[in-house]
Design a protein around this ligand. Structure first.
Ligand SMILES: *Cc1c(COP(=O)(O)O)cnc(C)c1O
Length: 373
């Protein structure tokens, strides 16, 4: 009988990790907030990404918001970003009362189109740009960084799906003024709860995020920076993440091996496969595109293969904000088209050979071809 293949398995991902050791270390230290575990993880993660500093936070959305605040983005400023990345960047922009300036995506990579950005910057001067390395695929970050720097606009990388993705020895989170990470349990590096961080090589800006994550205190009880809040990472989560960090590259290699199997197996099918299986893609999500998305989804679902759409509603169509300001007359043809075609297949560390084969067979059965091994 058909085995069930989930979209992700936290159990498989955490197998073999000494979680209880990290827990008891913190419990026995009797220190739970902003202690040695947090400092240790921040140092290790900054080293891993290859930047001067890492500031840990409560979650990835706060990383985006506090980056924007550190760059002095305020109410009514505009921020350039894509509309196909799950509304996380938009959540941060709206939390500040700023306005999203949506930029279309590249049809191959589904990440921000450099030419669309260039065009937008001819007509607008946003206060910041957020580029998302969607599905674990590094965007055209070198081009985008150059366009941003020519326009004098700071660049924020949303790396929440791209821990460890690299091109030319540089890692996601080291190209922009800020790199923003989430450690939500299903991310490539996941905590046992919420967690986030920014990476940053500008000492003053990193310091500002540290101040903003703790009420805007420049020193204890002295609020000298506006826009602060409580957004600290727990010692327990930092200890877990520090324990897991040495395994990240291995897990990414496992994800990529699954992606390579899919890429080869689906090459002759009428579907678009992931644009890259190189170092610049860490296979956070394996997304195919087909006009028959709904039928394929139902068909493989009946055969026990989980799937999902990341993401079904482009940001400018989200009901809560769709009538706000400029959202009305936004035209993003590539974004809108891709939304109807994308389908995420199971791809996670610890996924068995049998599970991968089962997914491949189910997709092939839909297109009525014999599975190839
Ligand atoms: C998960 C995610 C976030 C948000 O992270 P949280 O920790 O859930 O706040 C931001 N951006 C992208 C692209 C994500 O996938």
């Amino acid at each position: 009988m058909a085995s069930k293949v989930p979209l992700f398995s936290v159990e498989a991902a955490n197998r073999g990790i000494d979680l209880t050791g990290a827990f008891s270390r913190v419990a026995n230290s009797h220190w739970f907030i902003l202690g040695g575990e947090v400092a240790g993880f921040e140092r290790a993660f900054a080293n891993y990404v290859g930047v001067g500093a890492c500031v840990s936070l409560a979650n990835g959305t706060d990383a985006l918001e506090l980056s924007l605040r550190a760059l002095d983005v305020t109410r009514d400023d505009s921020v350039a970003l894509v509309a196909n990345a799950g509304f996380y960047g938009s959540t941060a922009v709206h939390a500040i009362g700023a306005n999203p300036l949506y930029v279309d995506i590249d049809a191959d990579s589904l990440t921000m189109s450099p030419s669309a950005l260039r065009e937008a910057l001819l007509r607008h001067k946003p206060k910041a740009i957020i580029v998302t390395h969607l599905y674990g695929q590094l965007a055209a970050i070198e081009d985008i960084a150059e366009i941003a720097s020519r326009a004098g606009v700071p660049l924020i990388e949303d790396c929440a799906q791209a821990h460890g993705a690299m091109r030319g020895q540089r890692m996601a989170g080291s190209f922009g003024t800020f790199g923003c990470f989430s450690f939500y349990p299903t991310k490539n590096l996941g905590a046992l709860g919420d967690g986030g961080a920014v990476t940053c090589s500008d000492e003053a800006l990193a310091k500002k995020v540290k101040v903003l994550r703790q009420y805007g205190w420049n020193t204890k009880y002295s609020v000298e920076t506006a826009g602060g809040r409580n957004s600290r990472m727990d010692e327990v989560q930092a200890a877990i993440l520090h324990e897991k960090l040495p395994h990240l590259d291995g897990w990414n290699a496992e994800r990529k091996a699954v992606a390579r199997r899919y890429g080869a197996a689906f090459a002759d099918l009428p579907v678009r496969t992931a644009a890259s299986v190189d170092d610049d893609y860490v296979a956070h999500l394996y997304v195919i595109r087909t006009r028959e998305r709904e039928a394929l989804r139902a068909f493989i679902g009946e055969r026990g293969v989980a799937s999902e759409v990341h993401y079904p509603i482009p940001d400018h169509y989200q009901r809560a904000y769709a009538t706000a300001s400029a959202a009305h007359d936004v035209h993003l043809p590539v974004t809108e088209q891709s939304t109807t075609e994308i389908l995420t297949l199971p791809c996670f560390p610890g996924m068995t050979e049998e599970q991968v084969n089962h997914v491949i067979a189910a997709v092939h059965a839909f297109f009525d071809r014999a599975p190839r091994q």
